[in-house]
Design a protein around this ligand. Structure first.
Ligand SMILES: Cc1cc2nc3c(=O)[nH]c(=O)nc-3n(C[C@H](O)[C@H](O)[C@H](O)COP(=O)(O)OP(=O)(O)OC[C@H]3O[C@@H](n4cnc5c(N)ncnc54)[C@H](O)[C@@H]3O)c2cc1C
Length: 373
C-alpha cells in the first residue's frame, strides 16, 4: 500500500481525502491539530460563485466550473454514504448591480458580454433589469438597484457540515484520521520517503499533502521552502427573522457590493435565519488583525439597505475567521513543493476555498497519479 498523509482537515484537506479515497491501493491518514472545520472553513459562508465569476479561460475558469459540477455529484453521494443531509442551496446566486457601486465593479454591459460567453461555454447566466429583481425577490427594496446577474447554476452550502460529511464518507471508504494532533515537522528518510513528525510519533509516508491553511507556511519553512501565507480576517453574523425573506419558494444567495445575504439551511427547509457577511480585514503594522466592529456594522447596514426587513431581525450569532492568503502570488497554491519530490501543497485559497475544494482535490489526485505511474 502507498501511504498518503494529508495535513489539515478544513474543507480542502477533507475534499482531498474524499477524492483520494476512491483511488485503490492508497493508505490515507488525515491529521489535524483540531477537529474538522475549526479554522477558516468553520467561519465561511459557503457561497460558490463559480459561473458568476469573471474568469473566462484557463485554470481559474476550469477550476470553478469543475468544482460546481463536482459538488452537484458529491453532495448526493456523501448524503447517501453518511445518511445525513447537507444544506445545499440549488437556487443559485443573485448579484445585485448597484448604481453606487465602487468604480472597479462591472456595469450591465460587461455582465451581458459575460453572459454571452457563458452561453457558448454551456452555462446559463442571466442579466435582469430592476423590475425583474423586484418581482422575483420582493425583499429587495433599494432605489439604487440597476438590475442583477442571476446565476442559477451556482450554489451555496454549509461548509462545516460539508467538511464533516466529506471526512465521514472518506472514513467509510477506509481513510484513517488523527484529530487533536499537531504536525510539527516534515522530513525525509534515508530511503527517500517522507517522515511526518507529531508530538506523539513519527510516521513514514510515500506522499504528503500539506492542506494546513495558515499552518502551511510553518510546515514548509521546516523544509527550507518559503511559502508565505498570511491571514485576512472576515467577520459575519447570523440573524433570525423567523420567516423567509420575500418569496419562500425562491431563496437564492443574494450578494451586492461584496456583501452576502445567505439563507440558512438551503435546500432543506424554508429559512428563518440568514448569514450576513463578510468583512475583509488586513493586518496592521504590528501584524495583528483586531476585528473591526465598525466594518461589521457597515456590512450589516449594507444588507439592511438591500433588504430593509432585515432591520427587524435579531442577531443570534457573530463570528470571525482568518482566510489563508498567499503573499505576492495568486490564490490558491496547488503544486508539488519545489525540490521536494513527495510533498504537495494545497493551501492559500483565500476567499474561495469552499468553492475550489473539489477542483483542488482532483488536481492533487491527478498529480499523485502522474508521479506514481
Ligand atoms: C468569514 C469568512 C467567509 C468566507 N466565505 C467563503 C465563501 O462564501 N465561499 C468560499 O469559497 N470561501 C469562503 N471563505 C474562505 C474559506 O473559508 C477558506 O478559503 C477555506 O476554508 C480554506 O480551507 P482550508 O482547508 O485550506 O483551511 P482551513 O479551514 O483553515 O483548515 C486548515 C486546517 O489545518 C489545520 N492545521 C494547520 N496547521 C496544522 C499542523 N501543523 N498540524 C495539524 N493540523 C494543522 C488547522 O487546524 C485547520 O483545521 C470565507 C472565509 C471567511 C473567514
Amino acid at each position: 500500500m502507498t501511504r498518503v498523509v494529508i495535513i489539515g482537515c478544513g474543507v480542502v484537506g477533507a475534499a482531498i481525502a474524499y477524492e483520494l479515497s476512491q483511488v485503490s491501493g492508497l493508505d490515507i491518514l488525515v491529521i489535524d491539530r483540531e477537529y474538522p472545520a475549526q479554522a477558516a472553513t468553520g467561519a465561511a459562508l459557503g457561497v460558490l460563485m463559480g459561473i458568476i465569476s469573471q474568469k473566462i479561460k484557463g485554470k481559474a475558469w476550469r477550476m470553478r466550473h469543475q468544482s460546481i459540477e463536482t459538488y452537484n455529484r458529491w453532495i448526493p453521494e456523501i448524503e447517501e454514504i453518511t445518511k445525513t443531509r447537507i444544506p445545499f442551496n440549488r437556487q443559485g446566486v443573485l448579484m445585485l448591480l448597484m448604481a453606487d457601486a465602487p468604480g472597479e465593479y462591472w456595469g450591465v454591459s460587461q455582465w451581458q458580454d459575460l453572459a454571452a460567453i457563458r452561453k457558448t461555454q454551456g452555462w446559463d447566466l442571466q442579466v435582469w433589469d430592476a423590475q425583474q429583481v423586484y418581482s422575483s425577490c420582493p425583499q429587495v427594496q433599494h432605489p439604487g438597484v440597476l438590475g442583477a446577474v442571476y446565476s442559477p447554476c451556482d450554489r451555496q452550502l454549509d461548509p462545516t457540515l460539508l467538511t464533516q460529511g466529506l471526512i465521514q464518507a472518506a472514513q467509510y471508504r477506509g481513510v484513517k484520521t488523527q484529530f487533536g494532533t499537531e504536525v510539527i515537522k516534515i522530513g525525509y528518510l534515508p530511503n527517500g520517503k517522507c517522515v511526518v513528525v507529531t508530538h506523539q510519533s513519527e510516521m513514514g509516508a510515500d506522499w504528503v499533502v500539506i492542506a494546513a491553511g495558515l499552518g502551511s507556511s510553518a510546515l514548509t519553512a521546516g523544509l527550507q521552502q518559503h511559502i508565505d501565507i498570511r491571514p485576512v480576517l472576515g467577520q459575519a453574523i447570523q440573524v433570525r427573522l423567523g420567516h423567509p425573506l420575500g418569496n419562500s419558494q425562491f431563496q437564492p444567495a443574494l450578494t451586492g457590493n461584496d456583501v452576502h445575504i445567505v439563507p440558512c439551511n438551503g435546500g432543506i427547509a424554508p429559512p428563518t435565519d440568514y448569514w450576513i457577511g463578510a468583512t475583509v480585514e488586513f493586518a496592521n503594522k504590528e501584524g495583528e488583525i483586531p476585528p473591526n466592529a465598525e466594518l461589521l456594522q457597515s456590512v450589516y447596514s449594507q444588507a439592511i439597505s438591500f433588504c430593509p426587513e432585515l432591520a427587524q431581525a435579531e442577531i443570534i450569532k457573530q463570528w470571525s475567521g482568518l482566510r489563508p492568503r498567499p503573499e505576492g502570488r495568486p490564490a490558491p497554491i496547488i503544486e508539488k513543493l519545489p525540490n521536494c519530490d513527495r510533498i504537495f501543497i494545497a493551501s492559500g485559497h483565500y476567499r474561495n476555498g469552499v468553492l475550489l475544494a473539489p477542483a483542488t482535490a482532483i488536481a492533487i489526485r491527478e498529480m499523485i497519479d502522474s508521479v506514481s505511474s
